[in-house]
Design a binder for this molecule. Structure first.
Ligand code: ADP
Ligand code: MG
Ligand code: ZN
Length: 600
C-alpha cells in the first residue's frame, strides 16, 4: 500500500500535518466514520482529499457552497488529483461528461451539491461504482440547531445504510456540543471517531466598545489602518448603504454588499474586495459565505449580532493567514430592541425562546467583565484554561471598570444566610426587601440582608447575579429549580473582601428606557392572549399559519393602542387595507369586549 505519509509531500507539498489531520486520515483509511469540528483554516479539505488519493474508488464530497466548489476542484487538479464537481452551474454536456468519468472510475474526487446528491437517479448511479469515502463538508447544515440549516442535508441520512462499509467523514467549523450530537444522529454516523479541535484563534484580538457616534468611531478605528482589508457588518440594507456612502465620501475605498443589490453588482463588489480594488466591504450577514480571502485584517460589527455563533463565524473571516487581526464590536443597548424585533417575528415558540436566549448570551459577551476569548470558547463548550489571553480588551485592560464589591457581598450574604438553598429570584427578593407571604413564611424578612439592596431595582440585581455567574463567583446548581451556590472564589469575596469589578455600563437615557425589553414597550398581555386565540381560530378556518393573519408584532401594537374604531385599526402597523376589510371588525369587536371586562 502506498504510504499516506508520502502523499502529504508528493501530492500536497506539505512537510507535516496540522493538528488532528493525521489521526482523522488514519481513521478514514481504517474505514471508520469521523466527525470533526475544526476551525476555519484548520485544513479540513486535506483530511478527505488525501485519503481520496490513496484509497480505491471515488471520494464523494457533499458541499453546499457552489461558489467554492470550483475553487476546490481547481486546487485539487492543480495538485494532480482527478477531480470534478456536479452542481447547477454546469451545462448539460459538461454534466454528462462528469457522469461518464464517474462511471468509468476516472475520478478520485467528486464534489456534489446536496440537492443533486439526494436525487434518486444519482444515488442509484453511485451504487454501481466503487466509492472510497463520503465527506460531508459544512455538516452543521443538517441541524436545525445550527445557524445555517439546509433541508436538503437531511437526505444525507441515507448514506450509511445505502453504502455499508464506506466510511463517512463529516466536517464543520461551527458546532456546539448539542449541534454535534444532532449532526451525528441525523447522518447516522456509526460510532464515529470524534475530533473537537480547539476553536481558539490566537491571532484574533477581540474588543467591545460602547457605540456612541458610530461614524466617527469607525473613522477613528480606520486611522492608521490605511490599505488594510476589512469587513464592516451592519444589520440592515439601509445602514449598509449609509455607512458605505459615508466612507466613500470620506475618501475611503468601500463598497456595499447586501441581498437587495442585483446579483451582478454583488459579484462585482465582492470581486473588487477580493482583488483588493477596494479595502473595505460594508455588508449584511449575507456576505462572507464562500469568501476565502486570507488577509482580512479587521472585522467591525457596527450593530449587535443576533447570536454568538454568527458573531464567531463572522469574526472568523479575519486573519486566516495566521497574522494578527482585530475584531471590534460596537455595542449599544439601544440595539437590543432591533434584534428583539426579529426574534418576536419567529412564529414557533420554542424556536423563539432559543433565539432569545442566544441574544442574551451575546449581550452577556459584551457586558461581562470576563475575557472575551474565554467567553467565546465557553459558548462552544471549550474551557480556556489561561487566566489572561493577552489578546482581548478585558485581558489587556482596555476597558473601563467599576467596583461592585459591596453589592456583590450583599447578594452573596443573602445567599449564605438562606443556606444557599434558593434561586436567583428569591435571593433578589430578599435583597430588595420584597413584602410577600412567602418571605414571611420563610422568615426571610428577619435576616440581616433583608432589604439591604433596596437602593437599586430588581433589574440591577439581576444584572449583578448574571455578572457573578459569568465571573464564576457563584454558580447555579440543579436543573429544574436551580439554586445559587457560592464558589470558592466567591467565598473569598464574601469572607476575605476580594474585590469584584464589572464593566462600566452604558447609561440608559430615561427616554430610551421604555423601549428596552420588547421592541416598542410593554403591552396588555391579557388582551394579547385573547387576540391570539382569535387569530388562531381564523387561521385554522383559512388553513394558513397564524402569522399570515397578523404577526405578533401587529397584535402587540393592538394591545398597546386598543384600536376599536376603523381609523384606529388602520393606523396599526401590519393592518393594510385588505386585512382591514377582512379582519378589522372582528378584532376591534374582540378588543371592545375585552375593554368591557377590563375597563382601563
Ligand atoms: P478549512 O476547510 O478547514 O477552513 P482548508 O482545508 O481550506 O481549511 O485549508 C486552509 C489552508 O491550509 C489551505 O490553504 C491549505 O492548503 C492549507 N493546509 C492544509 N493542511 C496543511 C498542512 N498540513 N500544511 C500546510 N498547509 C496546510
Ligand atoms: Mg473548508
Ligand atoms: Zn482575554
Amino acid at each position: 500500500m502506498i504510504s499516506y505519509l508520502d502523499k502529504l509531500g508528493e501530492v500536497f507539498g506539505f512537510q507535516s500535518f496540522r493538528p488532528n489531520q493525521e489521526l482523522i486520515i488514519r481513521n478514514i483509511l481504517d474505514r471508520r466514520d469521523v466527525f470533526a469540528v475544526m476551525p476555519t483554516g484548520g485544513g479540513k479539505s486535506l483530511c478527505y482529499q488525501l485519503p481520496a488519493t490513496v484509497m480505491e474508488g471515488t471520494a464523494i464530497v457533499i458541499s453546499p457552497l457552489i461558489s467554492l466548489m470550483k475553487d476546490q476542484v481547481d486546487a485539487a487538479r492543480e495538485n494532480g488529483i482527478s477531480a470534478a464537481f456536479l452542481n447547477s452551474s454546469l451545462a448539460p454536456d459538461e454534466m454528462s461528461e462528469v457522469h461518464r468519468r464517474l462511471r468509468v472510475g476516472a475520478l478520485s474526487l467528486l464534489y456534489v451539491a446536496p440537492e443533486r446528491f439526494v436525487m434518486p437517479a444519482f444515488l442509484e448511479s453511485l451504487k454501481s461504482i466503487p466509492i472510497s469515502l463520503f465527506a460531508i463538508d459544512e455538516a452543521h447544515c443538517i441541524s436545525e440547531w445550527g445557524h445555517d440549516f439546509r433541508p436538503d442535508y437531511l437526505g444525507l441520512s441515507v448514506i450509511p445504510e445505502s453504502f455499508p462499509g464506506v466510511p463517512v467523514a463529516a466536517f464543520t467549523a461551527t458546532a456546539t456540543q448539542k449541534v454535534q450530537e444532532d449532526i451525528i444522529r441525523k447522518i447516522g454516523l456509526r460510532d464515529p471517531h470524534i475530533v473537537r479541535a480547539s476553536f481558539n484563534r490566537p491571532n484574533l484580538f477581540y474588543q467591545v466598545k460602547k457605540k456612541s457616534r458610530l461614524e466617527s468611531q469607525i473613522l477613528e478605528f480606520l486611522k492608521g489602518r490605511t490599505g488594510e482589508s476589512g469587513i464592516i457588518y451592519r444589520t440592515t440594507r439601509d445602514s449598509v448603504m449609509e455607512t458605505s456612502d459615508f466612507l466613500s465620501s470620506n475618501g475611503i475605498k468601500a463598497l456595499p454588499y447586501h441581498a437587495g443589490l442585483g446579483p451582478d453588482e454583488r459579484r462585482r463588489n465582492q470581486e473588487a474586495f477580493i482583488k483588493d480594488r477596494v479595502t473595505i466591504i460594508v455588508a449584511t450577514i449575507a456576505f462572507g459565505m464562500g469568501i476565502d480571502k486570507s488577509d482580512v485584517r479587521f472585522i467591525i460589527h457596527a450593530d449587535l449580532p443576533k447570536n454568538t455563533e454568527n458573531y464567531y463565524q463572522e469574526t472568523g473571516r479575519a486573519g486566516r493567514d495566521g497574522e494578527p487581526a482585530h475584531c471590534l464590536l460596537l455595542f449599544s443597548r439601544g440595539d437590543i430592541p432591533k434584534v428583539r424585533y426579529f426574534i418576536d417575528e419567529i412564529e414557533d415558540e420554542a424556536e423563539r425562546a432559543v433565539a432569545l436566549e442566544k441574544m442574551y448570551q451575546m449581550i452577556g459577551y459584551a457586558s461581562h467583565n470576563v475575557c472575551r476569548r474565554k467567553q467565546l470558547l465557553g459558548f462552544f463548550g471549550e474551557v480556556y484554561a489561561r487566566e489572561n489571553c493577552g489578546a482581548c480588551d478585558v485581558c489587556t485592560d482596555k476597558v473601563e471598570r467599576i467596583d461592585v464589591t459591596t453589592d456583590a457581598q450583599i447578594l452573596m450574604s443573602a445567599m449564605a444566610r438562606t443556606h444557599q438553598r434558593f434561586g436567583a429570584g428569591h435571593v433578589i427578593d430578599v435583597v430588595t426587601g420584597a413584602e410577600t407571604k412567602r418571605m414571611r413564611e420563610l422568615q426571610h424578612d428577619r435576616i440581616k440582608t433583608y432589604g439591604a439592596g433596596k437602593h437599586r431595582d430588581k433589574k440591577y440585581w439581576r444584572f449583578l447575579a448574571d455578572e457573578l455567574l459569568a465571573q464564576d463567583l457563584i454558580r447555579e446548581d440543579g436543573d429544574r429549580y436551580p439554586v445559587l451556590k457560592l464558589t470558592q472564589r466567591g467565598s473569598s469575596v464574601l469572607f476575605n473582601g476580594d474585590r469584584v469589578t464589572a464593566l462600566k455600563r452604558e447609561e440608559i437615557k430615561v427616554k430610551d428606557r421604555h423601549v428596552e425589553g420588547s421592541a416598542l414597550g410593554p403591552y396588555d398581555e391579557g388582551l394579547f392572549e385573547r387576540l391570539r386565540v382569535l387569530r388562531k381560530g381564523i387561521a385554522e378556518q383559512h388553513k394558513v399559519p397564524p402569522y399570515i393573519i397578523f404577526s405578533d408584532k401587529t397584535l402587540h401594537e393592538m394591545c398597546r393602542h386598543y384600536p376599536v374604531t376603523r381609523a384606529a385599526m388602520k393606523a396599526i402597523s401590519g393592518v393594510g387595507d385588505f386585512k382591514l376589510e377582512l379582519y378589522g371588525e372582528t378584532f376591534a369587536a374582540e378588543i371592545g369586549a375585552y375593554l368591557q371586562d377590563h375597563p382601563r
